[in-house]
Design a protein around this ligand. Structure first.
Ligand code: CA
Ligand code: CA
Ligand code: CA
Ligand code: CA
Length: 533
């Protein structure tokens, strides 16, 4: 930390010299200044010029004219904006699964199931599905819906209901605090979730977790196996200025103790990170000092083993926390640090940070820093081998907030390979790399119901997928995806749903033997699905 403080102090002094900025005592380096101090970065900057709205797929330099407007772009009604595109000829609708009717609910004249998770809940070797809804969302605005799970409904690959618990609720405000992973070791995935447990003398609303508990439920039956109300969770409440970051209470399955199987949970509650063991004992907590909207760590942190010691680290975007919660580095890298990942970059595990397009080493050195002009609002970042013509992984960076524009950045060069205008999708989030052509071929990018080839900058629609309900129903009303091998050969199928609709759509590749159902494998891409940032 001494070094870090010294570095910061040096940076501050250089910034003053370079920019003549007068920094208040304790104020942080301005983002523009910080980005100019990048250590190791020399991306070839595409020419900046004004651009009108483009058709999807057009390769383009970063549209400077849109940079300023993007930060405040609002979700729009998809109904009259749903773009049309060529159908993906090699995709077939494997199953259109109706969520069991008794799991549906009607709110404001609108009938739907809720958000979805997948896993082999009954232990028969096939993938099953869990739909859930929540109580207590904001009364108005972008955080409407629900935050505290109150209904779980399990069904199998044939749409047959397995069990349900609770009732009511609303579609989640965001993908919420529900995770699916075998916790009992019997080969059937279980449900780990927050649960709304109102108490007679306790007043609590969506801004308080006083009436939330943490539960473990048996995946085969839904039976309650474990319940706890750790103070580190129940004492948390939304308080300004952390409101912007309150609604992303995603449970991440992690391996902080180096066990053969991950058995820990990490969750961010506003400004606080809580790590728990399988018995729901609190292992550690960490609180960020940066809490203002657009100046705070990522909505959802990432877990992964960056230093290869068999134990996961937790990346916030402004901090890398070791498996025991101690700080490996801390640095306010760039504004709008909305999305993070721990992934392979140019041959090594790195901390991938969307804010101003950063890639960091385990000890806090920047190996990439695109800067605030090219990536002013890093809404989402995904890493995979997207392009066979460039060695190693590439980064797909949604660089201008809730808009369709992404940069594809190569890990070997640190340069922007191309900039792509994806199709409009409500809220313009929810990218996911998918191994549609197998692990030995470049990944495609799923974006709001379309499949994109980032080598070609081309996107296709999926056959039979209806338009999403769109932003006027709710911010979450777009097509989400979890990729998993569910039929045919080892290539991934796409499990696609709109949390405000009634069906789940499963896509596979044309020509595979759809009657083959391989043993379902539940990896991090399934139990910690990214879904959206
Ligand atoms: Ca099953
Ligand atoms: Ca189990
Ligand atoms: Ca580690
Ligand atoms: Ca497959």
């Amino acid at each position: 930390m001494g070094d870090m403080n010294a570095n910061r102090s040096i940076r501050k002094r250089i910034c003053r010299a370079l920019f003549g900025m007068i920094l208040l005592e304790g104020a942080l380096v301005s983002f523009e200044a910080a980005s100019s101090l990048r250590i190791n970065q020399a991306p070839e900057l595409p020419a900046l010029k004004r651009n009108e709205f483009r058709a999807p797929g057009t390769l383009s330099p970063p549209p400077a004219a849109r940079i300023r407007a993007h930060a405040t772009a609002k979700p729009a009604n998809a109904a009259d904006k749903t773009p049309t595109g060529p159908p993906r000829e090699d995709a077939v609708l494997h199953r259109k699964l109706a969520i069991p009717g008794k799991f549906l609910i009607t709110r404001k004249g609108h009938t739907f199931g809720g958000d979805l998770r997948i896993g082999d809940l009954n232990g028969d070797g096939r993938c099953d599905f869990l739909v859930y809804r929540c109580n207590h969302g904001a009364p108005r605005g972008a955080h409407m819906g629900g935050m505290k799970p109150t209904f779980l409904g399990a069904f199998d690959l044939d749409g047959k209901d397995l069990w349900s618990v609770g009732g009511g609720g609303n579609h989640p405000s965001r993908p919420m605090s529900v995770a699916v992973k075998d916790w009992t070791g019997d080969g059937a995935d279980d449900v780990i979730c927050f649960w709304h447990k109102p108490q007679p003398d306790l007043e609590a609303d969506w801004q308080s977790l006083a009436d939330a508990v943490l539960q473990l439920r048996d995946g085969r039956t839904g039976q309650l196996l474990r319940e706890a109300a750790p103070k580190a969770i129940t004492e948390r409440r939304r308080k300004d200025p952390v409101g912007a970051n309150w609604v992303h209470q995603r449970l991440l399955i992690a391996n902080f103790r180096g066990l053969p199987e991950p058995r820990e949970i990490a969750v961010k509650l506003g400004d606080t990170y809580v790590a728990l063991d399988e018995h729901f004992n609190v292992l550690w907590t960490y609180r960020t000092e940066w809490v203002k909207y657009s100046q705070c760590p990522a909505y959802i942190p990432a877990v992964g083993d960056i230093d290869g010691d068999g134990r996961d680290e937790l990346l916030t975007g402004y901090h890398l926390l070791d498996d025991d919660g101690s700080v490996m580095w801390k640095r306010k890298l760039g504004a709008n640090m909305d999305s993070v990942a721990i992934d392979r970059w140019d041959g090594a595990m790195r901390a991938i940070c969307s804010g101003f397009g950063h890639v960091m080493t385990a000890d806090g050195q920047a190996v990439l820093s695109l800067g605030g002009t090219l990536a002013p609002h890093g809404q989402e970042v995904r890493v995979a081998d997207f392009d066979r013509n460039h060695p190693g992984n590439e980064m797909a960076l949604r660089a201008f907030g809730h808009t369709p524009t992404i940069h594809v950045v190569g890990s070997a060069t640190g340069k922007i390979i191309r900039t792509i205008e994806l199709q409009f999708s409500p809220t313009n989030v929810g990218m996911e790399p998918v191994w549609w052509n197998g692990r030995d071929q470049p990944a495609l990018l799923f974006n709001g119901g379309w499949l994109w080839d980032l080598e070609q900058g081309k996107g296709w629609t999926l056959p039979g997928l209806p338009p999403p309900n769109g932003g006027e129903v709710h911010r979450m009303a777009f097509h989400h995806v979890i990729a998993a091998n569910l039929c045919g050969d080892e290539r991934e199928e796409l499990v696609v749903w709109d949390p405000t609709a009634k069906n789940v759509f499963i896509y596979t590749q044309k020509g595979v033997d759809e009657s083959i159902v391989p043993d379902y494998r539940h990896g991090p891409r399934q139990y910690n699905p990214r879904l959206m940032d």
